[in-house]
Design a protein around this ligand. Structure first.
Ligand SMILES: NC(=O)c1ccc[n+]([C@@H]2O[C@H](COP(=O)([O-])OP(=O)(O)OC[C@H]3O[C@@H](n4cnc5c(N)ncnc54)[C@H](OP(=O)(O)O)[C@@H]3O)[C@@H](O)[C@H]2O)c1
Length: 330
């Protein structure tokens, strides 16, 4: 089968497979690999679509502390049809269309491939049936970014009538967060470069600030002199987390999905500050999928690439400039 994989991450795997030091780090490349076999409790899935997330390059760089197999096939989000169910699988049958975050140990059976194997209950991810009528591309674009947006907004306790500053609003997580917050009745202030300004407003932002044009905090403060109720950080801009958190009114909340909130702010008594880590992924996946299936949110796809174009798409996304999701047609 065709798959996009790395020959090594350079990280010493924790756990059993493989034994010994990891192969030297390498760049993602298209390879011809054997179709994996489903072990007991696993299903074999013929993938039809996948989507790109920043975590893909994180895995390629060996940043996830999980056991790994090599060549390590990349990709965590995907959608496809079950072609074989391993011994003991109860929830899925051959022919079922499934989607989710195919994140399980050992890392290496990713979704940038024609086939993958995944446990019925992924230890670190989530797997479920695709709702009738939902295209595979949409089902593959939703999981990681959608679950993160939904979970993080709940973590900041966003309510109707609240104002929320979303920094990094134009990327994969952001486009879901903006829509979910607006649908809730919150007033969304979104960061956006000029090219994405009108588009992010159409998705639900009431106001935009161009973080590349002058003092962003000043722009927000002018519109909200008493502060915003909440701040959601979707960037890795550690230096600016404190500045943005300073825009939150007393008693408000601030959270980072990239662990940029520093210890001194986590201890703040003025506002509630957290670093968000996803929990109960099966529940989040079911709920974000229901939001998309009902049409309450759309799934903005910036571009669709083929498997052989994935290495280039990963490199491009790592440089920044994401506008919604990049999907892969398999
Ligand atoms: N905690 C979790 O469970 C979890 C789950 C999923 C994702 N994440 C993390 O969340 C982050 C966002 O994920 P994603 O999928 O949305 O990434 P993405 O698709 O690459 O989008 C990032 C967006 O942020 C914008 N941006 C970059 N620097 C910015 C800055 N300084 N100020 C304002 N906007 C900025 C980018 O646009 P421009 O480059 O044009 O500015 C882009 O639109 C990633 O770091 C990812 O690893 C965490």
């Amino acid at each position: 089968m065709r798959a996009v994989a790395v020959r090594g991450t350079g990280a010493t795997p924790k756990g059993s497979a493989p034994e010994g030091p990891a192969p030297e780090a390498s760049a993602p490349e298209l390879m011809e690999l054997p179709v994996p076999l489903p072990a007991p409790g696993e299903v074999l899935v013929a993938l039809e679509a996948a989507s790109v997330n920043p975590i893909d390059m994180g895995i390629a760089d060996g940043l996830l502390p999980m056991p790994q197999v090599y060549p390590l096939v990349l990709g965590v989000d995907g959608a496809g049809r079950v072609t074989e169910a391993g011994e003991g699988v109860r929830g899925f049958r051959p022919g079922d269309m499934v989607h989710g975050q195919f994140l399980r140990a050992p890392l290496g059976h990713g979704t940038f491939a024609e086939y993958t194997v995944v446990t019925e209950f992924p230890d670190s991810g989530a797997l479920q049936r695709v709702p009738d009528g939902m295209p595979a591309e949409i089902a593959a674009a939703l999981p990681t970014a959608g679950m993160t947006a939904l979970g993080a907004l709940e973590a900041i306790g966003l309510r109707s009538g609240h104002s929320v500053l979303i920094v990094g609003a134009t990327g994969g997580v952001g486009v879901f967060a903006v829509q979910l917050a607006a649908a809730l009745g919150a007033e969304v202030v979104a960061t956006a470069r000029p090219d994405a300004d009108r588009w992010i407003r159409r998705l639900g932002a009431a106001r935009t600030v161009d973080y590349t044009a002058g003092d962003t905090a000043h722009q927000v403060r002018r519109a909200h002199p008493d502060g915003v109720d909440a701040f959601l950080d979707l960037t890795r801009d550690t230096a600016r987390f404190g500045t943005y958190a300073g825009l939150v009114r007393d008693g408000g909340t601030a959270t980072s999905v990239t662990f940029t909130a520093p210890p001194e702010l986590l201890a703040s008594e003025r506002i509630t500050v957290t670093n968000y880590a996803m929990r109960d992924k099966p529940d989040l996946l079911a709920r974000i999928t229901a939001e998309a299936a009902s049409g309450r949110i759309t799934v903005p796809v910036q571009q669709t690439v083929t498997l052989d174009e994935v290495p280039e798409a990963l490199a491009r996304n790592a440089k920044g400039g994401a506008r919604g999701k990049t999907t892969v047609r398999i």
